[in-house]
Design a protein around this ligand. Structure first.
Ligand code: ASP
Length: 324
């Protein structure tokens, strides 16, 4: 009798869980953005989630939880209930570079998440304040090498995209700027426009509008090809710095243990969003790269995370980067 009751209870629980997944989502979903509002991760999250919300029939509410190069927000998201109601927008920093820089990182990018899918590729652009006394990459590098620690470089915290690609840049060109941390490259860009910091390496979606508007200078884009959004900005190879080729990405993750049916629903909504003309246009106008269909799957994202951790760990160690 006891066994029967237990079995019935177990069946009841299973039925409730199945029902919950069948009707998911029944309430708004929180997407944690681990940086300040207005920066690239935030912008990509807002663009992509807009159409996802329509597919899911529930609002996706963006919550900015900034700090420690994005690892504060991602730690919080990783530790939340794996019920599909808390997801996050991670990136090459939080899920690629961070393990090399935080010996006590509270999550393993390859083990503690249910990947949903890649949201956008984001080439890296080398930008400086408008008044920077250099006209092209060559004169910029000469200035950096001659003026050493008089120059400031902005970044979004240790392990962020701008920090890791910046550390890599500085090691390649032998620059030793003073590093200035922000809670995201949205606020960093404001200071760049205000001429209070000198330069940064950041994701194209953040800087493209200000480059187009002539409010900051762009010396090069670190990809093999120029971006259609910035046709006048030379590639690093064209500008004479072939050894600096680097690109970043943003992607949606859920906490590990999120039921596969929910992961599938979220991935379906993400894929629909990336195929929506309006979403595409908004991302492309900012220089974002829409991932090809084969790269929009959870399995492809899992592989990308593993290869990025493997790629960045030796690069950052060789550059002598630490969490300090
Ligand atoms: N692009 C930033 C980074 O450097 C973060 C942000 O999205 O604000 O990681």
């Amino acid at each position: 009798m006891k066994k029967l009751v237990l079995t019935l209870a177990a069946l009841g629980l299973a039925a409730t869980a199945a029902q919950a997944q069948g009707t998911y989502p029944t309430r708004p979903i929180t997407m944690i953005v681990p940086f300040a509002a207005g920066g690239p991760t935030d912008v990509i999250a807002r663009i992509v989630s807009d159409n996802m919300s329509r597919t899911l029939g529930q609002q996706i509410v963006i919550e900015n939880v900034a700090g420690a190069g994005g690892t504060t927000g991602i730690t919080r998201a990783a530790q939340s209930q794996p019920d599909g109601y808390t997801i996050m927008m991670g990136h090459m920093g939080t899920h690629g570079a961070a393990p090399a820089l935080y010996p006590n990182l509270k999550y393993d990018p390859a083990k503690d998440f249910a990947p949903i899918g890649l949201a956008a590729g984001t080439p890296i652009v080398i930008v400086a304040k408008k008044d920077f006394p250099a006209t092209d990459l060559k004169s910029f590098l000469a200035y950096l090498q001659a003026n050493g620690d008089k120059v400031n470089m902005a970044h979004a915290g240790v392990g962020s995209v701008s920090h890791s690609t910046g550390i890599f840049f500085n090691s390649v060109v032998k620059a030793k700027p003073t590093m200035v941390a922000y809670r995201g490259t949205g606020p960093a860009l404001n200071d760049l426009m205000g001429n209070t910091v000198d330069y940064m390496t950041d994701q194209i979606v953040n800087v493209a509008p200000q480059i187009q508007g002539g409010n900051i200078k762009a010396f090069a884009i670190a990809t093999a090809e120029r971006s259609p959004a910035l046709p006048n900005v030379p590639t690093t190879k064209e500008a004479g710095l072939e050894s600096y080729e680097v690109s970043a990405w943003n992607a949606v993750f859920a906490p590990k243990g999120t039921p596969p049916e929910i992961v599938a629903k979220l991935n379906d909504a993400l894929v629909k969003s990336l195929n929506d003309e309006n979403t595409k246009k908004r991302l492309l106008d900012l220089g974002g790269v829409i991932p090809p269909a084969a790269e929009q799957t959870p399995a492809a994202l899992q592989k990308l995370v593993e290869s990025e951790v493997a790629r960045w760990t030796p690069v950052l160690k060789a550059a002598g980067a630490t969490a300090e």
